[in-house]
Ligand binder design. Sequence first.
Ligand code: SF4
Length: 121
Amino acid sequence: MSCKEIICIVCPMGCHLQVAENPNMEEVYEVAGNKCPRGKVYGINEMVNPTRVLTTTIKIENAPLKRLPVKTNGVVPKDKIFQCMEVINKVKVASPVNMGDVIVSNILNTGVDIVASRSMR
Ligand code: SF4
């Protein structure tokens, strides 16, 4: 039976999870080391479909800073992070921008938008 060690990143506690295939197959995976139920969900998702919130910056013109902080407004598959960055790195905006403005809609057809993390004028 294979067991994978994962650090839960759902909250600052950072529990060390052990996720193993479940031999009795009531559930496909069993999770140990979690201090709350969210850790179990996170551990199973990391095995089945790992996802991440992406935070980065993009170029902005006519603003006091050269780069605008942006993030996804949901999670994207971990294996699409680099493709998302290729799209984001081609984007340039001009101020004014308000926090929450959609910068890239439905990136890579994930159903997730790239939005401004702060306002800039
Ligand atoms: S298992 Fe629960 S308490 Fe532990 S890091 Fe994850 S969310 Fe936080």
